[in-house]
Write a new protein. Structure first.
Length: 227
């Protein structure tokens, strides 16, 4: 199969300015995603989709291609990841380039590794068309609480006396990467659906990067696991 890696990295990050190329322990954070993709050896092309010339320059320095810049329509706050992927695929098709799968690998995923990418690809088979990363909730969501008129209560009181270890494990999207068969993506316009598998990451491989505190926590985790 011919595999394409798409790394979305628009220039207009709001909460952490210039987040996609902000220094993370000595190099721009986008470099970690580019290097993991290249080290996996699975891709015909590792490209960065960006609207920003500076990001494009940094991406090329670390070995990615930037064959075209992102349009204004897919660089605003309302464009979805699927919109970005569709634009990239359409641009390649106009150049006569076809791929069988794509990986949408986020630019702020310093914990991603070539090993995890290969592991996820091995899960694509007859009845699995897409794979994405997830992580287990650290506390059972069945025992979630809510507050109404200053009074706190359980959302699901039937689990009040249940032992945590007896409750079903639940997971959430880890926001690291998605792998999809392109034919299936074009039919559904979705990165995942009923024929999707989840690759489970540990909490040490996952960290939201929405605030500077998140950033510091991610650097601490990275030093702990990879230092």
């Amino acid at each position: 199969m011919k595999n394409l890696c798409i790394i979305p990295a628009r220039g207009g990050s709001k909460r952490i300015p210039r987040k996609n190329i902000k220094d993370f322990l000595g190099k721009p954070i986008i470099a970690y995603s580019i290097e993991a993709a290249l080290q996996s050896g699975m891709y015909e092309e590792v490209m960065v989709s960006t609207d920003d010339e500076e990001i494009a320059i940094v991406a090329k320095q670390y070995g990615a291609s930037v064959p075209f810049l992102r349009s204004e329509a897919t660089a605003n706050d309302y464009a979805t990841t699927a919109d970005v992927v569709n634009e990239v695929l359409n641009c390649y098709e106009k150049e006569g380039k076809q791929f069988d799968t794509f990986t949408c690998l986020y630019s702020t995923a310093p914990f991603v590794s070539a090993v995890r990418l290969k592991e996820a690809y091995s899960m694509i088979k007859n009845d699995i068309y897409s794979v994405f990363t997830c992580v287990e909730y650290s506390y059972p969501i069945q025992r979630a609480l809510h507050i109404v008129d200053d009074k706190i209560s359980m959302l699901q009181p039937e689990y009040l006396r249940s032992r945590s270890q007896d409750l079903e494990k639940t997971y959430h999207d880890a926001g690291q990467f998605y792998i999809c068969m392109i034919d299936d993506f074009k039919k559904t316009n979705s990165l995942w659906g009923s024929n999707t598998a989840g690759i489970v990451l540990s909490e040490l491989e996952v960290q939201d990067l929405d605030t500077l505190t998140d950033w510091q926590l991610a650097e601490m985790k990275f030093k702990l696991t990879k230092g």
